[in-house]
Ligand binder design. Structure first.
Ligand code: GLA
Length: 425
């Protein structure tokens, strides 16, 4: 797909791709095995310095988890995400020529970009995440001079932890800093969301980039996606930990039914505006009674989607009260209720995710379990008693392999600060 007929587009030319930079060599061959989070910032720094002979600015931008409040963001509802230690790392500096050289450590690719033509690169998707953000600055009248960059990350791709938002937020943050544009964090999150919506084509809400940019260690963020007002809540889980089980099913939100869900919600909202109150701002604010009294008039699919969204938005608010009161048991019950809604009403689960939830939710060591993020694959998020995690994972991986034929992976979640500059000496 080439999108070159938009007058707002700046132009880039793709000069070469798929060439491993000479200095990556053997190092990159072993990169996924050898390097851990802190080492990633050293790696991007090293590759940048070797390639361009100068010290770059380095930005770390985290992936996110979401405790509860799924598919509510683009419906003007609440979400409860936290930034994680798994992050994208970007080393960047202005280019002294008319072109920029961009290196993806994870893909083993280097491209040289001529700032003349902008295109969507079907087979080199990582480039689009940078270009989309560049385009949004340019659309706002903020000219982006050519730059060189090196990217790497350890946010698992397609796992529902928002690796793309992490990368886009890193690029947005860096370009804002480097060029002194002075956008604040909210504006940056909006810019990045627009890049994802317009250039990548996923009509996502603002949760992922907002969480990535605003994250705070040991805290979750309760974000009102209608007003963008937010509040940090300390994450006190006592003996429990957040654990992700990765189904190994890769989701692709562009090709998935994500955009269709959004359309169905818009259809519902249009109905409520027409028949009840024109001024209702979003679907999350629609009272359940309006929905219930409209059953015979609404398309059954649209009805189910609306029911899920309205219930989920109410659920997250009372789940937040549970969290504040230290009532983790009721919080966990609500997480599992969210899964039921996502499975039966919103229909964004899949058999692998259902298997992972069904296999653990009744365990005495598990408070709650549900699919996390957009769905159709990726991870489940679970609240599990710390001393039971290993044994549960061992058992679950055996039955998952036997039943689904997939090797189960797990990530324990460590919360972290949002997008930031990091110093490498
Ligand atoms: C994806 C999107 C988010 C949000 C979640 C579902 O992660 O990027 O905006 O809609 O799905 O809650």
């Amino acid at each position: 797909m080439v999108r070159d007929n938009n007058p707002n587009l700046i132009n880039f030319t793709f000069i070469f791709s798929n060439k491993r930079t000479s200095n990556l060599g053997v190092l990159l061959l072993f990169y996924p095995i050898i390097f851990t989070m802190n080492q990633l910032q050293l790696i991007v720094n090293q590759i940048f310095t070797d390639s361009f002979n100068e010290k770059p600015m380095i930005v770390r931008s985290p992936g996110r988890v979401n405790l509860i409040g799924e598919h509510t963001d683009y419906n003007g509802g609440f979400v409860l995400p936290a930034a994680t230690d798994k992050s994208a790392y970007l080393a960047i500096s202005p280019s002294v020529t008319n072109t920029g050289k961009w290196v993806s450590v994870d893909m083993g690719e280097t491209v040289e970009i001529n700032f003349d033509e902008i295109k969507f690169y079907q087979n080199h998707r990582w480039i689009n995440y940078i270009l989309g953000v560049v385009q949004q600055f340019e659309n706002r009248g903020m000219k982006i001079p050519p730059f060189n960059c090196v990217l790497a990350g350890d946010v698992p791709i397609g796992s529902g932890m928002s690796s793309s938002a992490a990368m886009e937020s890193a690029v947005g943050f860096a370009l804002n800093e480097m060029n002194g544009f002075g956008l604040n964090k909210k504006q940056l999150a909006q810019l990045v969301q627009q890049a994802e919506n317009e250039f990548i084509g996923v009509k996502c809400g603002i949760m992922d980039m907002f969480a990535s940019i605003h994250g705070k260690e040991n805290n979750v963020i309760r974000l009102d996606c209608e007003t963008l007002e937010y509040q940090y809540f300390p994450l006190n889980l006592g003996d429990y930990k957040i654990v992700l089980f990765d189904s190994g099913v890769k989701h692709n939100l562009v090709e998935s039914e994500y955009n269709l869900r959004r359309q169905q919600c818009e259809e519902g909202l249009t109905f409520f505006r027409k028949h009840f109150d024109e001024s209702v701002k979003n679907l999350s604010q629609v009272p359940l009674s309006w929905l219930q009294s409209s059953k015979s008039q609404l398309d059954p699919i649209v009805y189910k989607r609306c029911q899920y969204v309205i219930e989920e938005n109410q659920r997250i608010l009372s789940a937040c009260e549970n969290l504040q009161a230290g009532n983790l048991k009721d919080f966990g019950i609500k997480m599992t209720a969210t899964h039921e809604g996502l499975r039966n009403l919103y229909e964004v689960s899949c058999k692998e995710l259902d298997f992972l939830v069904d296999a653990v939710w009744h365990e005495s060591s598990v408070l709650g379990s549900r699919v996390m993020g957009g769905g159709f694959g990726g991870c489940t998020i679970n609240l599990i008693k710390a001393n039971a995690i290993d044994e549960l994972f061992d058992r679950l991986s055996v039955s998952y392999k036997q039943n689904m034929g997939i090797k189960l992976k797990t990530y324990s979640v460590v919360t972290a600060n949002g997008t930031e500059l990091v110093i490498c000496d």
